[in-house]
Write a protein that binds this ligand. Structure first.
Ligand code: PMP
Length: 476
């Protein structure tokens, strides 16, 4: 302790870091009881250089000054210099980065057995049983897979086998995954850079966005108006002599800019699709597992019950895990003689992790936390709208919020450059944020669900400071 008594100098320069690290123990283990940070053996620029040459060329890196993350803990990420960042972006670390209970559950199972579903094991049954308790009773058959993309790929097969049809109705700016099948139903990809537009079996409806979309009345009329495009797609499919396989949508459109669906839209859409013989898929990869606050699944906010629900990101808290939940009817139809086998899907380690995530959500009351902290944050951000013209809209349920930045409230012109500026300035203040939407002008907030009122205050305080900067002055 160098003979100090509570008056430690506490600061070394970055240049002296290697020396200090060589002579002093890593305090992380002492403070948290957890394992030490894995020492980084390469500098950020070495990693960037290697990635450029030897990793897939179209992988992106966030921020002007990329973050070299070495540790996650709750709502925080730590970089290689020991700097702490409040994470408002990573909805995969759902119950908190490296939640000790989830880590321990995975480690325990991994030390004992990891096999596939052709052997009997408790974990898959316990996991699925716990998951199905959160679903409407009609959704009671599960397939455990390894990612959101795999879940949607399987959902496509279930829908197409169950209906004997191919055609899909999808939302503009929808994203459902990185496989060939998923890209083909993701307007965000096929209508974006490098995309080739929809195939003849894919029908795109306008984003049901009441702030920036085709119909802007925030009432039931918008739901009916946007719903009429689903009917239009169904009509077109029929005129071409076919029927619909499915409608696939998120209940809050993430890549579209955290767009909340207007009231009544899903009710009308689901009923029309079903009347035409199709099924309805809710992609809950981003919105599920309690994030929406009021409900465990975001579709429930709209009073609808899908035929298929796809789950990913949060359910494994960072471990690759996804699930498809469907009805007995569709599962029976899929049982057509071709075996469904998935080497890793449903393995005991993944199931132990998923089960622990569900337990933590419940025991730490994280859905309530999403509702309370999300509500507080949304109200606070709406208050900020009084001071800052650039804040055009604040929307979203629970801890799934979007702040639409505009250069003019009247024209709702997207403030794209300003949004990028905010993200980088907030990074400078130790807060991780990012943007979404067709114009990349929507700041998205979807932090680990252990985000507290204190974290919300810290975020809003820093944002209010940044918004005062000259570059962000818009309007009069
Ligand atoms: N659906 C949605 C709504 C998503 O946001 C994503 C991933 N961003 C996926 C599916 C695909 O999930 P994954 O990347 O785990 O394959």
């Amino acid at each position: 302790m160098l003979d100090y008594h509570g008056d430690f100098p506490g600061v070394a320069t970055y240049e002296d870091r290697t020396l200090w690290m060589s002579i002093s123990p890593d305090p992380w283990r002492l403070l948290t009881g957890g394992p030490s940070t894995t020492p980084s053996t390469r500098s950020s620029s070495e990693i960037i250089d290697y990635r450029k040459e030897h990793l897939g060329k179209n992988m992106s890196i966030s921020y002007l000054h990329p973050i070299h993350a070495v540790r996650g803990h709750g709502v925080f990420l730590l970089d290689d210099t020991g700097r702490r960042f409040l994470d408002t972006v990573n909805n995969v670390a759902h119950v908190g980065h490296e939640h000790p209970r989830v880590v321990a559950a995975g480690q325990r199972q991994m030390a004992v057995l990891n096999t596939n579903t052709r052997y009997l094991h408790d974990t898959i049954v316990e996991f699925v049983e716990a998951l199905l308790k959160t679903m409407p009773p009609s959704l009671n058959v599960a397939y455990v897979v390894n990612s959101g993309s795999e879940a949607n790929e399987l959902a496509l097969r279930l829908a197409r086998t169950g209906t004997g049809q191919q055609d899909m109705i999808v939302s503009e700016m929808g994203y459902h995954g990185n496989t060939t099948g998923c890209v083909a139903i993701s307007s965000y990809k096929f209508d974006g850079p490098g995309g080739k537009g929809p195939s003849k079996h894919v029908h795109v409806i306008p984003t049901p966005d009441v702030y920036r979309g085709k119909y802007r009345s925030p009432d039931e009329k918008a739901g009916i108006n946007y719903g009429s495009h689903v009917r239009g797609a169904l009509k077109m499919i029929k005129e071409q002599g076919r029927g619909p396989a499915a409608l696939i949508m998120e209940s809050v459109i993430s890549c579209g800019g955290q767009v909340e669906l207007p009231a009544g839209f899903l009710t009308h859409a689901y009923s029309d699709v079903r009347n035409a013989g199709g099924v309805c898929i809710a992609d809950e990869v981003q919105t599920g597992c309690g994030r929406a606050g009021d409900h465990f699944w975001a579709f429930a906010q709209h009073g609808v019950t899908p035929d298929i629900v796809t789950i990913g990101k949060p359910i494994g808290n960072g471990h690759p895990l996804g699930v498809v939940v469907t009805t007995q009817r569709l599962a029976e139809a899929f049982q057509n003689g071709m075996e469904y086998f998935n080497t890793f899907g449903g393995n005991p380690v993944s199931c132990a992790v998923g089960l622990e995530v569900l337990r933590v959500i419940e025991e730490e009351n994280l859905r309530d936390n999403a509702r309370i902290v999300g509500g507080y944050l949304k109200a606070g951000l709406r208050e900020l709208m009084q001071d800052f013209e650039i804040l055009g809209d604040v929307r979203g349920p629970g801890l799934f919020l979007g702040i639409d930045l505009v250069t003019s409230r009247e024209t709702r012109q997207p403030a794209t450059r300003q949004a990028a500026y905010v993200v980088n300035r907030m990074r400078g203040k130790g807060i991780l944020m990012s943007t979404d939407g067709p114009f990349n002008n929507v700041l998205k907030i979807k932090p680990p669900m252990v985000f507290s009122l204190e974290h919300a205050d810290f975020l809003m305080g820093a944002l209010a400071q940044v918004l005062k900067e000259d570059f962000l002055r818009v309007g009069s």
